[in-house]
Design a protein around this ligand. Structure first.
Ligand SMILES: [Zn+2]
Length: 430
């Protein structure tokens, strides 16, 4: 079967799309045992006699299609379900999968991704292909769906998933936490956090953290609400109803965005630019990556370049070093590194190479120099025209071209589709 996305072979299927996921899960922390039911509303893109979902390391007990028991095989990472009768293109089927086991991270060329046990609790860090480590899915970034979560854990632990907390039911020492993610979401952005957390609000954003980890004044999170205001002015309205930063008790190597929330380690709370920039970076992903998701991983610069540029914009807006100064510094650094990376198709091994981030940000700085005063108008229109959708570099070029008589395609060709580093853009101050 051809790969749905060449960067993550073996994942995803283009013969159907998932319109909604409902995950009802029961989790035992002490034994890392997960059991539950996933209900997927699947829409056929072409006539189907079977559907193949991605699911890793968990055992499937039963599958039903439109309420009737269905045959299935589960080998390696593929759950193949025979449909009792052929499904025509455009029709919907409801697939229920009962499954259980001890979830573990999924091995990949990017290292282990997905489900991760903490000292006391769990997180999911699924980018780009770890979603099958905890639920059956169509694991491609451009198949976005609504989600609902009902996750039951022992009292005393807090569960965080995407979207808004819709309710909590307590029964015999266990609590079911219900979350609704109404806006479409890519599977890799679905997350689950379980931990001994408290929740504190800081303006419009929520901070979820162990009581012992300080996240208020004099921490990297102190100005997160201001960042939200700044980015709303620059990029347009915040695309979701809610935003949380979840800070784990454990230290983590890197933070990671998910839809409506981001994950940080306790180490990232320490005040200072090196962490504050990460808080800004992950927040900016709500616009670039989560609301507007690259249709293919080859276009990852549409996430990381934009999020990195947002760090520089925040620095500038918050009285730190100017965006142009940071751009110049990173241009000098890039000039001293090998110029063997193609930003518009870096290859999966280099998908998260730091040069994708920095050169992506510099591409936007160059575009800003070309567009002048209309740059942020262009960005705001980009986020509004493509809200909750999928995007491509070609679409971005066509969009940006409407705001200038200059040659946007030529600029993108030299920055995104050629390897040598173009000269530092002129000052974008306008
Ligand atoms: Zn990022």
């Amino acid at each position: 079967m051809p790969a749905a996305d060449p960067y993550v072979p073996g994942h995803g299927n283009r013969r159907f799309g998932v319109r909604s996921y409902a995950l009802e899960l029961d989790y035992k922390i002490t034994t890392n045992h997960l059991s539950g039911r996933a209900t997927l509303a699947i829409e056929a893109v072409e006539p189907l006699t079977q559907v193949a979902l991605d699911l890793y390391g968990l055992k499937v007990a039963k599958v039903r299609v439109d309420g009737r028991p269905a045959r299935f095989t589960h080998r390696e990472r593929r759950l193949r379900i025979g449909l009792p009768s052929p499904v025509p293109a455009g029709a919907l089927v409801r697939v229920e999968v009962d499954y259980a086991g001890k979830p573990r991270p999924m091995p990949s060329v990017f290292g282990p991704v997905g489900w991760e046990e903490l000292t006391e609790g769990v997180l999911v860090a699924a980018q780009p292909c770890g979603a099958p480590s905890w639920f059956p899915c169509n694991d491609r970034p451009d198949d976005k769906s609504s989600y609902s979560f009902a996750v039951t854990v022992t009292d005393g632990y807090r569960v965080v998933a995407n979207g808004v907390l819709a309710g909590r039911d307590r029964r015999s020492g266990r609590t079911t936490w219900r979350y609704e993610q109404a806006e479409p979401m890519a599977p890799y952005l679905a997350v689950l956090h379980v931990g001994k957390y408290v929740s504190s609000a800081a303006g419009p954003v929520e901070l979820v953290h162990p009581r012992a980890v300080e996240v208020g004044k004099n921490t990297a999170f102190e100005r997160q609400a201001e960042m939200l205001t700044t980015f709303t002015e620059l990029f347009g309205p915040y695309p979701f109803d809610h935003y949380s930063a979840v800070i784990t008790a454990d230290d983590l190597e890197i933070p990671l965005e998910a839809q409506t929330l981001s994950t940080f380690g306790a180490n990232h709370a320490v005040a200072g630019w090196s962490n504050e920039r990460l808080v800004a970076h992950e927040l900016a992903h709500q616009w670039f990556g989560n609301s507007l998701t690259a249709a293919r991983w080859a276009d990852i610069w549409l996430h990381e370049g934009f999020a990195c540029y947002s760090e520089w914009l925040w620095s500038d807006a918050s009285g730190g070093r100017s965006c142009h100064e940071l751009a110049a510094e990173h241009h000098r650094r890039l000039a001293g590194l090998p110029q063997d990376l193609l930003l518009g198709d870096p290859g999966r091994e280099k998908m998260f190479d730091d040069r994708v981030y920095k050169r992506g940000a510099l591409t936007l700085h160059a575009l800003r120099a070309l567009l002048g005063g209309r740059f942020f108008e262009m960005l705001r229109d980009w986020t509004s025209a493509n809200r909750w959708g999928v995007v491509t570099t070609a679409g971005f070029v066509a969009h940006a071209q409407r705001y200038t008589d200059g040659d946007v395609a030529g600029l993108i060709d030299t920055w995104v589709y050629a390897r040598p580093l173009p000269p530092m853009p002129a000052s974008a101050a306008v």
